[in-house]
Design a protein around this ligand. Sequence first.
Ligand code: PGA
Length: 253
Amino acid sequence: MSTRKPIVAGNWKMNKTIKEARELIQGILREVQQIDAVEIIICPPYVCLEAAKQETEGSNIKVGAQNMHWEAKGAFTGEISAGMLVDLCQYVIIGHSERRAMFGETNETVNKKIHAALQAGLKPIMCVGETLEENQAGKTAAVVEGMVREGLKGVDPTEAENLVIAYEPVWAIGTGLAATPEGANAVQRDVIRPVLRELFGEEKGNAMRILYGGSVTPANAAELFAQSDIDGGLIGGASLKSDSFSAIVKAAL
Ligand code: PGA
């Protein structure tokens, strides 16, 4: 275990109506409201952000969005800017593998979004991770390193503390096949952390939180979070129920 404060973030993806979001948040609060040693973040769909903000007001739960556009405003039908989000939430997930695979997100657009988010005062959770094919071809380290370098290009070291990285191997997301704790930690400790130290300096790079995501459950969370460079998790499926999400939060204690 490190001295970094762990984060457990729930990525709800395209799930929950406003009413369901309120109920889920109330359920989570009942179980985790006393916990200060873990930073707890929920990332509902855009339309639930206002309700999430209301439900979490004055609590230990923070709110994040799942995506954003890099431009401040204009003719971008269907898009949402950082300036619109900053009144509703503190965090924003950027470059999730589903955005990369299904909606044309690239390291270049990720980088533009990272800059726009930081400029607006949002804290990005930048997702990186290799596909099964890349993994099997032995390209994990090269792919992940490239994603971190390109995604963070030009980011000032003074912003390091506002950035979170999530290592999410694509083959582990939603499959029930989580990476092994040692395997995930090897990527986070030996590939991602050294790049962060190089970009932002020893102290800042060591202080940044690197999450693991991909089939985290109450059963495997504690073992994953016990690794030296796994500073919490980005949780998909298991964040949609208050009991499983709360159990994962407690596993980070
Ligand atoms: P999962 O999703 O926990 O359902 O595997 C994780 C994610 O996509 O962030």
